[in-house]
Design a protein around this ligand. Sequence first.
Ligand code: SPV
Ligand code: MG
Length: 292
Amino acid sequence: MNATPGDRLRDLMRRPTPVEAMSCHSPLSALVALEAGFPALWASGFELSALYGLPDAGLVSMTEHLEMTRRIVERTNALVIADLDTGSGNAVNAAHAMKLYASGGAACVVVEDKVFPKMTSLIPGGRQELIRVEEYQGKIAAMIEAGGRHGPIMAARTEALVAGGTVDEALERGEAYAEAGAELLLVHSKGPTSTEIEDFIARWSGACPLIIVPTAFPAFSREMAARSGKVGVMVYANHAVRASVAAMRQAFAAIRQAGAAEAAEGMIAPTADIFELQDMAELKRLEDKFLR
Ligand code: SPV
Ligand code: MG
């Protein structure tokens, strides 16, 4: 039998360098991330929210995010780390979500220790409220039981630092989550430098490998993560949507100004590229074989 996505990611994490996951919000962005050589993908809640022009605050439903994840896996068969926000409710809801994402082909699911509805993490001065440690441990345990031995990796996520807590508090929560069975711990930080996260990493017991999301401290590198020996995964969490917005702005402004599409020709992907991403070659093969 083929290894499950969870076990494929477990295997990949045995290597000494962290697994780098690029964000995506669609099969197309996933394909571009894979083309760039990323071995894993981050199915971002922030990016999907942004795609709908909405804040990342529990407004996009789990069903919509699950559908995105499923379509990414179907199209790419890639290792997808799914961002489940708060798991859509309590331990029972989170366990249910685990089953759905397992059948959707996720390799890992991440649930954060915030109240529902969550507030996006990196907004300055945002409302950030954490749930009790025991309650969150119950969520972890319920998700692990629901996922099973070869199911998606259950990654805990503490927002203690994002909520203005100390590194001590974040460590305490992290240890409690690893004790409850989390296989990975995402510790999020707003930066503005990597000092706080480096302090956390240095003092982390190593009870499980860490996921680091260096959005607010982008100078934090793969080499730094590898040197610590404690980072299992690096997530570039919102770079697909930010790169797309920047590229669209540039091309749209050029066309608008010139009044001719030619002005953007050098900045946009040739249609041939898009055909390739759409796998037109397979369509052609099917037509040649079956259209009689
Ligand atoms: C996401 O990409 O949705 C994340 C990472 O959870 S962050 O937006 O930084 O919280
Ligand atoms: Mg998120």
